[in-house]
Write a protein of this length. Structure first.
Ligand code: HEM
Ligand SMILES: [Cu+2]
Length: 558
């Protein structure tokens, strides 16, 4: 199909078929092909693609470290490294995955690419600031990786004091790197908030915004409000580490638990920086592949804001055993569970959307199914660990590791891969092999379960996290977990292969899903300024598949 013959969803706008003077559309990919035109671009789509390249690279680095951890834990004693190296490896894995992959992944890649398209805007509000965010992120990543490779650190990704203030490993550059990355997060968040407020095309009211936009908006609010706290904290620990200020030192009037409060005041909301965009992705996908408008649009939109809000009042659940009163612990437990309520609202609405939908079981939908499972299972174990009497024995065991991997990694990775497959044709105008898509999705979902279900069990049996050696009775479950991780890695390799192939040889497509999301109202890949000819008009809600004359819940014949 040539670009000019491709028509988006029914209801495509006038101007969509317009061409330039030469009768064809230059896309953002072909408009300037020099290295400089990429490195200095202010086009949100190119910036999104550049984030993608880097973030995938860091994901590979974090993944290699994950496999090293799993190989080491194959046997109860030393396997491939010594204990100190092991401490460094799991710290590296955690820091790279959290700060370099999970936090920026969906907002920086798909948020950047899609937010202006979904709002009918030509770009984000501050395009140059957007480019700056990318380089600030890379500068921070550079610092952190440099520190990790030159000596490394052994504090775990949580940098708990008093240890992080005293260890002689290379803490300061990594903390400083994380501090810099925080600025990138804040700048992107600000940019998205202003874009959402000021750049919506005529016709897009707040309650006609795609749910992905709502999710990105709620995420941005967390980024802007919470990140400064950890920024200052990381600076304080750096100073403590270098100059022994005494801030977190009891002997000098400081308080090591103060660190935990400030750390989790950011890092608990930060888990929603990772997972809210994932929820947003899924709201788009469930609607597109059920061919129904989302069930309970307003409830889904408000619950994103609700999660962002109550997420700020739950941090104490990481500190049940750090000496807080029983009353405090109870309050933090209940507040944590409120997050579960808002998440459940979303889950019920997603299921309600699928119900009686004309489901198309494609690769993105397969990831939606995996996502639903990880979110519900991970969320319920969240309720369990938010119950103080249960968390006391589970704290710092593999049970918690399994909980947060299920919800955070499971849900986010499912959404990341779903987004990658759903928007791949949008970004590159090419289609991948659907069969391989489904095979790798099955491998990944299976591998993920095989990796982390044994960790719930071994944690419940008492195996602590962050230990290098363990009693022999834990070995079988650890071997199972490592086998699962290998399956997972295999799935990712397959994806890398067929997506690269599709990038080069894939069939030209425009809107292979016949999606009605606003972002599909323009060409795939989009032209540089997003729309050719007049801006589209937005008479309907995004994903308006249902004939309004028919009763709600019925399927349109689109
Ligand atoms: C929605 C996405 C969620 C994400 C991304 C997430 C992420 C995490 C992470 C990263 C940790 C481990 C932190 C560490 O290294 O110590 C953790 C622990 C914990 N989570 Fe979640 N969580 C989520 C949902 C929930 C929910 C809904 C609840 C409560 C209802 C919850 C309750 C807890 C508790 C109590 C702990 C601490 C357990 C302990 O350290 O003993 N989480 N979570
Ligand atoms: Cu938390």
């Amino acid at each position: 199909m040539t670009p000019s013959s491709s028509i988006a969803a029914p209801g495509a706008v006038p101007g969509h078929e317009a061409t330039d003077d030469h009768g064809h559309h230059p896309s953002y990919l072909t408009d300037g092909t020099t290295v400089k035109s990429w490195l200095l671009t202010v086009d949100h789509k190119r910036i999104g693609i550049m984030y993608m390249a880097w973030i995938l690279l860091f994901f590979l680095v974090g993944g290699i470290f994950a496999l090293l951890i799993r190989i080491e834990l194959l046997t109860p004693g030393p396997t491939i490294m010594d204990a100190m190296t092991y401490n460094r490896v799991f710290t590296l894995h955690g820091i790279v995955m959290i700060f370099l992959f999970m936090i920026p992944a969906i907002p920086a890649i798909f948020g950047n690419f899609l937010l202006p398209l979904m709002l009918g805007a030509k770009d984000v509000a501050f395009p140059r600031l957007n480019l700056l965010s990318l380089y600030v992120y890379l500068a921070g990543a550079g610092f952190a990786l440099w520190g990790m490779l030159n000596g490394g650190l052994d504090t775990g990704w949580t940098f708990y004091t008093p240890y992080s203030a005293h260890t002689t490993t290379t803490v300061a550059p990594v903390l400083f790197g994380a501090f810099i990355i925080g600025f990138s997060s804040i700048l992107t968040g600000m940019n998205f908030i202003v874009t959402t407020h000021t750049m919506r095309a005529p016709g897009i009211t707040w309650f006609k915004m795609p749910l992905m936009v709502w999710a990105l908006y709620a995420t941005s609010c967390i980024q802007v409000l919470a990140t400064p706290v950890i920024g200052l904290l990381l600076l304080l620990v750096t100073a403590e580490n270098l100059f022994s200020l005494g801030m977190f030192d009891v002997a000098r009037g400081g308080d090591p638990v103060l660190f935990q409060h400030l750390f989790w005041f950011y890092s608990h909301p930060a888990v929603y920086i990772m997972v809210l965009p994932a929820f947003g992705v899924m709201s788009e996908i469930v609607s597109a592949f059920s061919r129904k408008n989302i069930f309970g649009y307003r409830a889904v939109a408000y619950s994103s804001v609700g999660i962002a809000f109550v997420g700020f009042f739950a941090w104490g659940h990481h500190m049940f055993v750090s000496g807080q009163s029983t009353f405090n612990a109870g309050v933090f437990g209940v507040l944590s569970m409120l997050v579960g309520v808002f998440t459940a609202i979303k889950v019920f609405n997603w299921v309600g959307t699928v119900y009686k939908g004309a489901v198309e079981f494609s690769t993105p939908f397969a990831y939606f199914c995996g996502f639903l499972f990880f979110t519900v299972f991970g969320g319920m174990t969240g309720i369990a660990v938010a119950t103080v009497s249960l968390d006391v024995p589970w704290h710092d065991t593999y049970f918690v590791v399994a909980h947060f991997h299920f919800i955070m990694v499971g849900a986010t990775i499912m959404a990341f891969l779903a987004a990658l497959h759903y928007w791949f044709p949008k970004m590159f105008g090419k289609m991948y092999h659907e069969g391989w898509g489904l095979v790798s999705a099955a491998l990944i979902i299976l591998g993920f379960n095989a990796t982390f279900i044994p960790q719930f069990l071994v944690g419940n049996a008492g195996m602590p996290r962050r230990y290098y050696e363990y009693p022999e009775r834990f070995q079988a479950l650890n071997v199972a977990s490592t086998a699962g991780a290998s399956l997972l890695a295999f799935g990712f390799i397959i994806i890398a292969v067929y997506l690269t192939y599709a990038l080069i040889y894939g069939e030209r497509v425009d809107n292979p899903w016949n999606s009605k999301g606003y972002e599909w109202l323009t060409l795939s890949p989009p032209p540089t300024h997003n729309f050719i000819g007049p801006q589209p008009t937005y008479p309907e809600e995004p994903h308006f598949y249902v004939d309004p004359k028919k009763a709600e819940g019925e399927v349109s014949d689109v």
